[in-house]
Ligand binder design. Structure first.
Ligand code: ADP
Ligand code: MG
Length: 345
């Protein structure tokens, strides 16, 4: 794995002009991350990113949400300098990643998906040694390690063999380690993939505290619920492209719709009944795809179908919320300016 070189411990000249004190408010000035038309084609010709652009404001808690293979890790890999980009530009707090790689890397803390610390070391040593690798003096590192282990609720375990920690503790240790260099931007790649809900909640708490203390956070996830619980803003990525981005609130409003598939007896007529607030589409001659507001009574749908001579043989809900969301987004992308007007009204 490529490692960024050791950072200086003093304030970097590249960040002059940006307030040194972290702000918990999302600032409009220099974004924590700016990505422009990012493309990545791997040696095997797989196009993992096909022109991705996004901004993450300082102080934000941002999710990059998408199914497996969407390109999330590729994106995180490029931003954290582990993967070379094919085309495009990346800036971290205004510092160009290609031209000033080391400076840019000093601003980032990365939590990879896989546990990658030495299980035979103690948490305290893992943190202090990591900081040392990045040029943090030992005395400073010891103070920070205590702070981080306490925040991660691991202080009592500081001198135990890491191997003996529970799964949740090991994951929190990964986060504590990344915080040792005091990154302004913390990036996590699927931090909770495959862990149970209790562990997930523990990590969410830690991450919220880190964000509240001023660190910008970007995480990738394929759990809509995770993005929903943590993030203020998100981008949904699918097959190397961003299919939607904006405030979590706006996206959730779109989810106040429930989707059903009706299997129909016989063949659907060309003219389908029209009900206000309901979208009906024939997915084929015998299947009706219906999106309706959650609050609406299903009987209204059945009544209208009955009147039109359409008999429902069986029905099922459209299963995966996230998939449903993707489909709706690809079919009817919302205009972000229209969305913000809506929120303001
Ligand atoms: P995600 O993290 O969203 O699951 P990835 O960024 O890992 O997605 O993968 C995006 C696409 O790029 C996938 O088709 C994957 O198979 C491919 N890919 C990822 N890493 C490599 C690699 N090192 N070499 C070739 N193809 C890769
Ligand atoms: Mg991944």
């Amino acid at each position: 794995m490529t490692q960024p070189t050791a950072p200086a411990t003093g304030p970097s000249s590249a960040t002059a002009g940006i307030p040194a004190a972290p702000s918990s408010n999302v600032s409009a000035s220099v974004p924590a991350l700016r990505v422009r038309d990012l493309r990545k084609t791997y040696d095997n010709k797989v196009q993992a990113l096909k022109g991705v652009s996004l901004d993450v404001a300082e102080g934000d808690f941002f999710a990059l949400l998408g199914p497996n293979g969407a390109g999330k890790s590729t994106m995180i890999g490029i931003v954290s300098s582990l993967v070379n980009l094919s085309e495009g530009a990346v800036e971290i707090f205004g510092t160009d990643l290609i031209r000033h790689r080391d400076q840019a890397m000093r601003l980032i803390g990365l939590v990879p998906q896989e546990l990658n610390f030495n299980m035979f070391e103690k948490p305290l040593d893992i943190l202090v040694n990591y900081a040392g690798f990045y040029g943090v003096p030992r005395a400073v590192a010891l103070v920070r390690a205590e702070e981080e282990l306490k925040r991660a609720q691991l202080w009592e375990k500081a001198n135990m063999m890491s191997r003996t920690l529970s799964g949740g503790m090991k994951r929190r240790l990964m986060i504590a380690r990344a915080m040792m260099t005091r990154p302004r931007l913390l990036i996590l790649d699927e931090p909770t993939a495959g862990v149970d809900i209790e562990i997930r909640r523990g990590m969410w708490k830690t991450l919220r505290e880190i964000n509240a203390a001023g660190t910008t956070i970007i995480l990738t996830t394929h759990y809509l619920e995770e993005a929903e619980h943590l993030c203020r803003n998100l981008a949904i990525i699918d097959q190397g492209r961003i299919v939607q981005q904006g405030p979590m609130k706006t996206l959730l409003a779109m989810l106040d719709v429930e989707g059903f598939l009706f299997d129909i007896d016989g063949t659907l007529p060309a003219a389908l009944p029209s009900i206000e607030g309901v979208t009906m589409l024939a997915s084929d001659d015998h299947t009706l795809d219906v999106d309706m507001p959650r609050a609406m009574d299903l009987n209204r749908i059945f009544a209208a179908l009955g009147q039109a001579g359409i008999r429902v043989r069986s029905m099922r809900t459209k299963s995966n919320r996230l998939e449903e969301l993707f489909v709706r987004m690809i079919n009817q992308p919302i205009d972000s300016s229209a969305a913000s007007t809506e929120t303001a009204a």
